[in-house]
Ligand binder design. Structure first.
Ligand code: AP5
Ligand code: MG
Length: 227
């Protein structure tokens, strides 16, 4: 019987099940309309806690974390031509051109064909990026399940980022005018991305203030309804 399911012996079944059980919600990937991938967007302004919560969410749900900010900083660190181009924008708190980040995400999707799902952090940040992401995911028949949008007041954002700037070494954190420019850029170009997903009823607002643990619980409650 187990041979029919592609297993060699009971030992192999046991180790496979144990592997699945590492992820509390692995079962959701098998049940969701026969869909094998579960993709989420963690959305919110600079400093809203996307990176902090992403770390906890990927550990719990076994998703692949794709942060365009992290990918760009890695390019800067390696002093690649792309990194050098991106740094000019990032240092001023401006968005990097769409084609650059869309290309990075497209490569990252191709490099992870076996991912159980992706957690997008800091992407998409413009309607053009959102449409490009939809097209890329359509090829994989794996649409976005939800956009979880962290809601945090502007004063709290500035306070958090200035505090991190004391130690992070991030050039866009240690100057209040650059932090404010990032927030303006968010309002002018990125906030509208939520409207794009609202038309598909995929946006869930999450109160992004309070302890990291409380916010994580709010996020998990919303994910578990959809998984
Ligand atoms: P990116 O790296 O994405 O940065 P960001 O969105 O500006 O925001 P952060 O990463 O700083 O904040 P976060 O929401 O992740 O919060 P975190 O968890 O770190 O982008 C950087 C730049 O790259 C952009 O400006 C742009 O130039 C470019 N870029 C990136 N993606 C792009 C795209 N798609 N298109 C074009 N350009 C792109 O938390 C912040 C701080 O708060 C931390 O110190 C944390 O410890 C603290 N904190 C977290 N939660 C709490 C809490 N509950 N209470 C108190 N403190 C908390
Ligand atoms: Mg971040």
């Amino acid at each position: 019987m187990y041979e029919m399911a592609g297993f060699k012996d009971f030992k192999q079944i046991h180790s496979t099940v144990n592997e699945y059980l590492k992820y509390d919600s692995y079962i959701c990937y098998l049940h969701k309309d026969n869909q094998l991938m579960f993709n989420l967007i963690l959305f919110g302004p600079p400093g809203s806690g996307k990176g902090t919560q992403s770390e906890k969410l990927i550990a719990k749900y076994g998703l692949k974390h794709l942060s365009t900010g992290d990918l760009l900083r890695s390019e800067i660190c390696r002093e690649t031509p792309l990194g050098k181009e991106a740094q000019n924008f990032m240092d001023k708190g401006q968005l990097v051109p769409d084609e650059v980040v869309i290309g990075m995400i497209s490569s990252a999707l191709d490099e992870n064909p076996d991912a159980k799902g992706f957690l997008f952090d800091g992407f998409p940040r413009t309607p053009a990026q959102a449409k490009a992401l939809d097209n890329l995911l359509e090829l994989k028949e794996a649409p976005i399940a939800a956009m979880l949008a962290l809601d945090v007041s502007e004063e709290e954002l500035v306070k958090r980022l200035l505090k991190r700037g004391e130690t992070s070494g991030r050039s866009d954190d240690n100057n209040e005018s650059v932090i404010r420019a990032r927030i303006v850029e968010y309002h002018n170009k990125t906030a509208v991305v939520a409207d794009y997903y609202k038309q598909f009823d995929k946006v869930v607002m999450i109160k992004g203030e309070g302890t990291v643990e409380d916010i994580f619980e709010r996020l998990c409650a919303e994910i578990d309804i959809r998984a």
